[in-house]
Design a protein around this ligand. Structure first.
Ligand code: URP
Ligand code: ZN
Ligand code: ZN
Length: 460
């Protein structure tokens, strides 16, 4: 017994056409006409788009940051993902100092296994490099963790130095993994923060001023020079600046293989959200994330990078802390505000509304950016990231005839604000299927049980 989706328009990264789809046993079994077999359920989806389930390349669920833990855990975060049309998330596990990668992975599984409503995989953040770590990267690959993250910022906690970057890239090249990079110069940030605080500048307004665009650019240029020496592709997460993008384009011209991700917040929000110098408002804390929000010209440049395909993926860096109580940890010191903001639920709606409907990207490009490219880069294609016979039946039925105003009041994310409060959203998920199981029906989450599976990903 299967399900037939009848009358929709299928959109993949490369084509758009009207056809029916038959799903059985978690897979797409056939695409065509007259697919119904005895006992099948037929769902009419006339007027809707049929998209491959979204893949969010970048989430942090159940993450500890100092004394607080993110507002979203794997249960609430993956429910929110589904509501927004994302059927797979790639979350960041992180090695604490003194910990092995295996221990970090075990902890991440303990936090997530049995709780996820969508499928999930992990990148592994390496923060404490030694011979064992180098050896263990192979174990990670065998455990399906084929991508890693190195932080060039967060001095004394997560940051690694250039020697570690060099050694980890060499190892990753041998293993055919890929390393993702947080590109900001943590040493300079530390100095700028100390300078600001010594002058009594403690409000969220100073967060972006202590992380100027040049610290992103500098880290990107340095990274790409190291990648050139090692001759290995790298992936840059949450790209936020025009300068950073230009450096990536220069490096590409020199033959360096670099893939870039940006996030809706760097396309749609700017540093005016941090308020003004003399205001006592703490509202800006909602937007304290790293890298910070930038200038409107950065938004414009990143949109161009997205439209031209130079930026390949849209992740969210969903890392939610409640404005009340959690963000307040840094009320008297912006550097203590837990970094991060929510977004997993609104990623596709925002890209559809402000990308497709504003003629910045086509529907096919939206699919590439929010699903297909991620599947290809992170070892999931063609199981995920496309609508094809044999692929997992991760399918989103997108109803374009719908509009709403985004608000924390009606979100699934378990956090007391959204950075997109009041933003118009057109279109929404009407139905969604995760490996053939109905997970959203008529816009409502089916909270039957957490059927999300851990994904063992392939290497390059
Ligand atoms: O502010 C952010 N982005 N928090 C999450 C950690 C990271 O750097 O991705
Ligand atoms: Zn980061
Ligand atoms: Zn992140």
């Amino acid at each position: 017994m299967g399900i037939v989706l009848e009358g929709g328009k299928i959109i993949t990264a490369v084509d758009s056409y009207c056809s029916d789809i038959r799903i059985e046993d978690e897979k797409i079994i056939s695409i065509g006409n007259s697919l119904k077999r005895p006992g099948d359920e037929v769902i009419c989806i006339k007027g809707c788009y049929v998209l491959p389930g979204g893949i969010d390349t970048h989430t942090h669920f159940d993450l500890e940051s100092g004394s607080v833990v993110t507002a979203d855990n794997f249960e609430t975060g993956t429910k929110a993902a589904l509501v927004g049309g994302t059927t797979t998330i790639l979350d960041y596990a992180t090695q604490n100092k003194g910990e092995t990668l295996k221990e970090a992975l075990k902890k991440q599984h303990k936090k997530s296994d049995g709780l996820c409503y969508c499928d999930y995989g992990f990148h592994m953040g390496i923060t404490d490099w030694n011979d064992e770590t180098c050896y263990e990267m192979k174990d990670m690959i065998e455990e399906g963790v084929t991508s890693f993250k190195l932080y060039m910022a967060y001095k004394n906690t997560l940051q690694v130095d250039d020697g570690v970057i060099f050694k980890a890239l060499k190892r990753s090249k041998e293993l055919k993994g890929i390393i993702t990079f947080h590109c900001e110069n943590g040493d300079i940030i530390e100095e700028l923060i100390n300078e600001a605080k010594s002058k009594g500048n403690n409000s969220p307004y100073y967060h972006p001023l202590t992380r100027p665009a040049q610290v992103e650019k500098e880290a990107i240029v340095r990274l790409l020079n190291i990648a050139e020496i090692v001759d290995v592709p790298v992936y840059i997460v949450h790209l936020s600046t025009r300068e950073g993008l230009l450096s990536i384009l220069d490096a590409k011209k020199r033959g360096i293989k670099v893939y870039a991700e940006t996030c809706p917040q760097y396309l749609l929000l700017d540093d005016s959200f941090y308020g003004d110098k003399d205001s006592n408002s703490f509202e800006g804390a909602k937007y304290v994330m790293s890298p910070p929000l930038r200038k409107p010209y950065d938004n414009d440049a990143l949109w161009k990078g997205v439209s031209s395909g130079e930026i390949m993926t849209i992740g969210t860096d969903h890392c939610s802390f409640n404005y009340k109580v959690q963000k307040e940890v840094g009320r008297d010191d912006f550097s203590k505000i837990p970094n991060g903001a929510p977004g997993v639920e609104h990623r596709i709606g925002l890209m559809y509304t402000y990308g497709v409907l504003k003629n910045r990207i086509s529907m096919n490009e939206m699919v590439a950016l929010t699903s297909t490219n991620a599947a290809k880069l992170f070892g999931l294609f063609p199981q995920k990231g496309t609508i094809a016979v044999g692929s997992d039946a991760d399918i989103v039925i997108w109803n374009p005839d719908f509009s709403t105003s985004i608000s924390a009041k009606n979100q699934m994310q378990n956090v007391d604000y959204t950075p997109y409060e009041g933003f118009e959203q057109y279109g929404r998920v009407l139905h969604a299927f995760l490996r053939g199981n109905k997970v959203i029906y008529n816009g409502k989450l089916i909270e039957y049980k957490p059927i999300g599976k851990y994904l063992y990903r392939k290497t390059w």
